[in-house]
Design a protein around this ligand. Structure first.
Ligand code: ZN
Ligand code: ZN
Length: 302
């Protein structure tokens, strides 16, 4: 990974624009919230303009909308991912607020390899600032469906979930080998703990450190940036997803840059704990925030 202060990884067929604005100079730490939702996602009622106004009020450098693209056949009918409406919203927000904050159009793709044709078709025919890959399902079970946990213990679910995440990163590597370079970020890699905490009052990722290690190594080999997702801090957990010890391990393995996301589904949560997250990354040995614009990656010093 590059050593200079700001490095842009140029992808083919993209226009280089706005990179001079990525400095983070107005803050001690760069504050880009690159994972949030609005009413364009099925599980959010947030007004996108309110999201942006809140982000400006708390001094963020940028926000990137990552609306859900849930292609599982049981979820697709209600997901209603409408690219054109989202693009219209983002463009209007850029007109109104673009002189004060960067506003990105990203997407959160739910890992569904059985729906590969549909997902690849969508990603290859639409423009995004970033593409986030998130594992919400494992073994045909959705984390967020209580009924799907029938017969599972927290230990088994945690291991099987992390195995699915490792599989997802391997899948991204296979896609790249086949010429499909569509994914930038791995979302909330230990999301399972939010649900074991919710359903069982317990969580334990540390006992699966071998699998976490394998996931981090696979991310480095695949050039997929792991996110630190702060939404668990708003719920019943004392740590983000993943926790500081995982960030430190990623740095030890050679990782230099990560992204931060509030995963806000309501305006007041946009940017929540972002500054603390950036300080934690730095304290654990991560040198840069990875910031995506038009799927070009910049490394902004922490
Ligand atoms: Zn997610
Ligand atoms: Zn999300």
């Amino acid at each position: 990974m590059p050593e200079a202060i700001i490095k842009i990884r140029r992808r083919p067929k993209v226009i280089i624009a706005g990179e001079e604005n990525i400095t983070g100079a107005e803050n001690n730490v760069p504050l880009y919230d690159q994972h949030l939702h609005s009413h364009h996602s099925v599980d959010s009622k947030a007004d996108p303009a309110q999201n942006v106004r809140h982000a400006i009020e708390i001094g963020l450098d940028g926000v990137t909308f990552t609306e859900h693209y849930d292609a599982h056949p049981s979820e697709w009918p209600v997901c209603i991912y409408d690219y054109d409406r989202i693009a219209q919203t983002v463009n209007a927000l850029r007109t109104d607020y673009g002189d004060r904050i960067f506003i990105g159009h990203g997407i959160e793709i739910c890992y569904q390899p059985a729906q590969e044709a549909q997902i690849l078709e969508h990603l290859s025919t639409h423009a995004f600032d970033l593409v986030l890959l998130s594992v919400h399902w494992f073994d045909g079970r959705a984390l967020h469906e209580r009924d799907h946990w029938e017969g599972l213990t927290p230990e088994v679910a945690t291991r099987r979930y992390l195995e699915a995440v490792l599989e997802a990163v391997g899948y991204v590597r296979q896609l790249k080998a086949r010429g499909h370079d569509h994914f930038d970020i791995l979302g909330h890699l230990d999301l399972v703990k939010r649900y074991t905490q919710r359903y069982f009052g317990t969580y334990d990722i540390a006992s699966q450190a071998d699998l976490v290690d394998a996931i981090l190594r696979a991310c480095l080999e695949t050039d997929l940036i792991p996110e630190v997702n702060l939404s668990s801090l708003f719920q019943s957990l004392p740590e983000p997803m993943p926790a500081d010890w995982v960030v430190r391990r990623y740095a030890e393995l050679g990782g230099r840059a990560m992204t931060l996301g509030s995963d806000a589904h309501a305006p007041a949560r946009v940017g929540h704990k972002l500054k603390e997250g950036a300080e934690m990354l730095k304290a654990q040995g991560i040198d840069y925030l990875a910031v995506f614009k038009q799927r070009q990656r910049s490394f902004v010093p922490l």
